[in-house]
Design a protein around this ligand. Structure first.
Ligand SMILES: [Zn+2]
Length: 483
C-alpha cells in the first residue's frame, strides 16, 4: 500500500490528490543543470527540494524513477568554451563532476539517472522529424522551428497569451521564422561548433527538445511528475508540452507540474547570467551540508527564498544548532551503554508521542511537502526533550532510541541529522574536536600523559575515536550503534 498525498500542480493551479499513472511506479523528471560554470546555491535549492520529494515518495512506498537531465551543450557552453579555449563538452563534464561532488556532500542521492543531452541525438532527431511530419514544425536552411500557432494550448502552464509573447515592432524578427514566438528545435552548425549529422544538415539541438527526447525515451510519452525551478515555466516548459504532446498526440505530457521558488539575492533572482552568484562548493565548505539543507528546507519550497551573503547561512547555522542540540544530547546518552543500557522506561504518553510523531510528520509532508512545518514540529519535540533533559540520564537505552524516532524520520526524509557523520561533521564541530586534539598534544609534549589520556577518554565517551599517525592525530566517529 502506498501513502496518499497531495501536491500543488502549476497547470491546474491547485493542490491536487496524487494519483500515479501505474501505482506504485512514479516517473519523476526534473530539469537539471547546464554546467557551464560552478553551480551556485540557487541550483542547490531545486536539487534539495526534489531530493526530499523523492525520499518522501520512496518512504511512502512508491517506486520512484527519478531522472535529471544535463544540458551539456548550449550557446553558453560554446561561448565559455571558446573564451577559455576548451572543448564545450569537456567543460560541461568538468563542471558536472563538481556538481556531483556537491550532491554527494549534501547527501542528495535520490536521482537515478543523469542523462547527458548529447547521448540522445538519435531520439532528438527522431522527435524533430515526427514534429515536421505531423505539421508542427518546419525546416529552413538547416534550422528547424516549432510553429507555435499550430499548438493552441501553448501558454496554458504559465498563463501567457500568445499576443503578449510577441516582441514589439522595435524587435526585428528572425526572417527564417514564420512567427516571432516560434522556437528552434534544431540549429544549423556554425563554423567551429560541435555538430551532428541530421536530415537537415549538420547541426545541434535546441534546448527544449533535449528534455522531451530524453523523457520520451526514459519515462514514456506520458509520465507522473515534472519538476524544475519556477523560472523554467516559460518558455521552457511550455515548449516541452508543445513538443511532446505534438509528437505523441497524447495529452497530458505529465499529470503534475511542480515548480520550486527561486533563491533571490536582495530580491533579485539568483542566476549565473545576472552575476549575483554564490558558489555551492564554497557554501558547503564553510557551513557544511546540514546547515545548507536546513536553510533550503526551512521554507516553503514554492516561495522565493531570500539570500543575503554572510547573513542567511549564519542564521541557518544557528537555527540548525538549536534544532540539533537535543538530538546530540540523546546521542551522547545513548553512547553511554547503547541500546541495552539499563534504566527507566518512558512514561506511556511520551513513548506514544515519540512513536506517533513520524506519522504526523508524514502527514505534514503529504500536504504539498511542507518541510518548514515539519521542521517546526521537530523544534517542538526538541523543546519537550530539553524540558526533560535532566531525566534522560536515568533512561534505558531502549527508551532513548524511542525518543530518537522523530530524528530518524528527519534523517530519512529531510536528510538532516545524518547517521554516518564521519566525513561530514559540521565545520564548527570539527573545529572543536581539533581544539581538544591540540590540547592533548600539548599535554603529551610536556609529559603529562595522564591528562592526555583523560582527553582521549572524554572524546571517546562522546563517540570520537582518535588515531595517531606519526606526529598527526586524526579523528573519526566510533563505529558502533548510535542514536
Ligand atoms: Zn528542462
Amino acid at each position: 500500500m502506498v501513502r496518499a498525498f497531495r501536491v500543488y500542480d502549476t497547470l491546474s493551479r491547485e493542490v491536487r490528490a496524487f494519483v500515479p499513472r501505474e501505482s506504485p511506479r512514479v516517473g519523476l523528471f526534473v530539469c537539471g543543470l547546464t554546467p557551464y560554470a560552478e553551480a551556485h546555491i540557487g541550483h542547490g535549492r531545486t536539487a534539495i527540494t526534489f531530493d526530499v520529494v523523492a525520499r518522501a515518495l520512496r518512504r511512502w512506498g512508491y517506486h520512484v524513477f527519478y531522472v535529471q537531465n544535463v544540458t551539456n551543450l548550449d550557446d553558453r557552453l560554446i561561448a565559455r568554451g571558446q573564451a577559455e579555449g576548451r572543448d564545450p563538452l569537456e567543460l560541461a563534464e568538468f563542471h558536472f563532476q563538481g556538481w556531483l561532488r556537491g550532491m554527494d556532500q549534501l547527501d542528495a542521492r535520490a536521482v537515478n539517472l543523469y542523462p547527458f543531452a548529447t547521448d540522445y541525438m538519435p531520439e532528438i532527431i527522431a522527435q524533430v522529424s515526427t514534429l515536421i511530419d505531423r505539421g508542427f514544425a518546419y525546416a529552413v536552411e538547416g534550422d528547424v522551428y516549432y510553429e507555435v500557432a499550430k499548438f493552441p494550448d501553448y501558454g496554458q502552464l504559465s498563463g501567457q497569451r500568445l499576443e503578449a509573447l510577441r516582441p514589439g515592432a522595435r524587435v526585428e524578427m528572425d526572417p527564417k521564422k514564420r512567427a516571432p514566438e516560434d522556437f528552434a528545435l534544431w540549429k544549423a552548425a556554425k563554423p567551429g561548433e560541435p555538430a551532428w549529422a541530421s536530415p537537415w544538415g549538420p547541426g545541434r539541438p535546441g534546448w527544449h527538445i533535449e528534455d522531451t527526447a530524453i523523457t520520451g525515451r526514459l519515462l514514456g510519452d506520458q509520465y507522473d511528475i515534472h519538476g524544475g525551478g519556477e523560472d523554467l515555466k516559460f518558455p521552457h516548459h511550455e515548449a516541452e508540452i508543445a513538443q511532446a504532446e505534438g509528437a505523441s498526440g497524447k495529452k497530458p505530457l505529465v499529470n503534475y507540474w511542480m515548480h520550486g521558488g527561486m533563491l533571490q539575492m536582495h530580491g533579485e533572482k539568483m542566476a549565473k547570467s545576472v552575476g549575483n552568484v554564490s558558489g555551492l562548493e564554497g557554501a558547503l565548505r564553510r557551513y557544511g551540508p546540514e546547515v545548507l539543507r536546513f536553510y533550503y528546507l526551512n521554507a516553503n519550497y514554492r516561495s522565493p527564498l531570500n539570500y543575503e551573503e554572510g547573513k542567511s547561512l549564519e542564521e541557518a547555522r544557528e537555527g540548525y544548532a538549536t534544532l540539533a542540540q537535543p538530538y546530540r544530547r540523546l546521542r551522547e546518552e545513548l553512547l553511554r551503554g547503547g541500546l541495552t543500557r539499563p534504566g527507566r522506561e518512558l512514561p506511556p504518553e511520551i513513548a506514544k508521542t515519540a512513536t506517533e510523531l513520524p506519522l504526523r510528520l508524514d502527514e505534514i509532508l503529504a500536504e504539498d511537502f511542507q518541510t518548514r512545518e515539519a521542521i517546526a514540529a521537530l523544534y517542538g519535540w526538541g523543546r519537550m526533550l530539553n524540558e526533560w533533559s535532566a531525566k534522560l540520564e536515568g533512561l534505558s537505552g531502549a527508551a532513548l532510541v524511542t525518543l530518537g524516532t522523530p530524528y530518524r524520520w528527519a534523517a530519512e526524509v529531510l536528510g538532516l541529522f545524518p547517521e554516518r557523520t564521519s566525513a561530514k561533521a559540521p565545520v564548527e564541530f570539527s573545529a572543536l574536536v581539533q581544539v581538544a586534539i591540540e590540547a592533548r598534544g600539548r599535554a603529551r609534549n610536556r609529559g603529562d600523559f595522564g591528562e592526555a589520556d583523560r582527553i582521549r577518554q572524554s572524546l571517546l565517551q562522546a563517540g570520537i575515536v582518535l588515531e595517531d599517525q606519526g606526529t598527526e592525530t586524526r579523528w573519526q566517529w566510533k563505529r558502533d550503534g548510535v542514536a
